[in-house]
Design a protein around this ligand. Sequence first.
Ligand SMILES: Cc1cc2nc3c(=O)[nH]c(=O)nc-3n(C[C@H](O)[C@H](O)[C@H](O)COP(=O)(O)OP(=O)(O)OC[C@H]3O[C@@H](n4cnc5c(N)ncnc54)[C@H](O)[C@@H]3O)c2cc1C
Length: 501
Amino acid sequence: MVSDYQVVVIGAGLGGVASAALLAKNGFKTLLLEQSDTVGGCCSTFENQGYRFDTGATMVMIREPLEAIFRRLGKEMGDFLKLIPCDPIYAVRAFDGTRFAVPADLDQASEMIASIAPEESNGWKEFARAGRELALRLGEIIGTPANSVSEVLRMQLRSPETFRYLLLSLRSAQGLTLRYLRNPVLQSIVAFQSYFAGAPPELGLGPSCFLVLSEHQGVYYPRGGMISVPASILKAAEEFNLEVALERKVERILLEGGRARGVLLEDGTEIIADIVVSNVNAKVTYLKMIGPENLPRWAVKAISSYQLAMAYPMVYLGLDAEPPLEAHHLISTASMERSNQVWNEYYKLGLIPPGDNWMLSWPTESDPSLAPEGHHILSFAWRGPAPYAPLGENWDRLRESLGDGAIRVLEREVMPDIRKHIEVVEVSTPLDFERRLLCPQGAVYGLFFDLFSAAMFRPHPRSRVVRNLYLAGASTCLGGGVPTALASGIIASDYIIRDYG
Ligand SMILES: Cc1cc2nc3c(=O)[nH]c(=O)nc-3n(C[C@H](O)[C@H](O)[C@H](O)COP(=O)(O)OP(=O)(O)OC[C@H]3O[C@@H](n4cnc5c(N)ncnc54)[C@H](O)[C@@H]3O)c2cc1C
């Protein structure tokens, strides 16, 4: 059978876009298929009544993978994408009422911390010393494949100091935080990072506590909204004949003699290809698109054993006035103990958390063009991590009360007269994320991420059971997030170029 394409990529999330663009640049005849009507998946932007809301991700940090993609495409990133620095990085409302804004400059941030927690000054300096180098090198680490024992060893040989970071992964984010910090407010900011990275502090990997330091390398907002990240990569790859087809849902991955041989679309069309890259959640890729009947029993058991990542409801508001905020991002932090408690006593039991850890984004602070002149956007990540099937409830029934509850919180915490300024309210529940993006149970980071489901313990980007099948996205490599998903696309394309180039 003659192939229609050398490579078919399923899904135009960040991992799919990055791998498709790089493969096209390397001369592979590539088709990128996306089931929805736009690109970017969780890192995208949609319009409602003149307001352009970000679907999921609200910022870009650790920009090295993004820069690496443009470099590999032979393009100047600045010609395609404008990243606007967020400074302060965020304003904080801590559980005990403490309020402050964190400047982007780490020295200034350290001074500010010394002013709110003078007794913590030494602990913070030690924390910053211990994590600074890791924070500086996070971009490089994320971009280095660590999907097998030999790759991990190679990484250690090339840069022996990464061994120290590997050892830190044996501790929890909470354990490492407590080693340095006594002040409960500082602990709560650090715990917030772990919590938003998809695990409570007692389960999060140790190095995730140093994410607060890597933010001082820069937190950015892309002009035009988060969709500008994938859209700019595709624009830069235009001249390499990359074909992108929207609203084409893949139903199955075609197999021939144990090899991937193309895809079957929902409308019955078969597209034959030498190589298939799936940017779809690894559980769906293996258990639905390939099917347990085509996999060895151990592989079905292994892939079934992964837990899906948490879901996070979003409330998007379009306002006809400017909100009284100090920074693009505002975070509300619960104490470290409370973050663990919410995970164990709400999320794990199928109850929706009360919502004391939350993040409010104000994208029109950085890019006013996202809303009509003088109007503003707020995106509110509230009441997560949310169970997919809340006990005795249904997300469709809860949608209205979720929106109303969010507005009440904002009335109380941010803008007392917000109700009279709201022009648009839109709510995305875990069910909506699942329906819109086909991400199972609305899992925003693919698969749950802990020591036993990270790097070489995660589904391999070069399938170990189906030849010619590769995986990119949040359920491979180093998990969910904008930089990690982009890096997974680079890594998948590198394997293919090495195997077939
Ligand atoms: C609410 C929320 C907030 C977040 N905040 C941040 C943040 O601030 N910072 C950060 O770094 N990360 C954040 N993230 C996480 C980050 O956005 C994701 O981890 C990352 O974008 C996932 O990329 P991916 O490559 O795995 O693809 P995905 O985004 O999962 O995209 C997969 C694509 O595949 C398509 N697809 C699925 N099935 C099929 C099929 N059968 N046929 C064809 N196409 C298909 C989908 O429509 C989708 O476009 C957030 C995510 C969410 C949802």
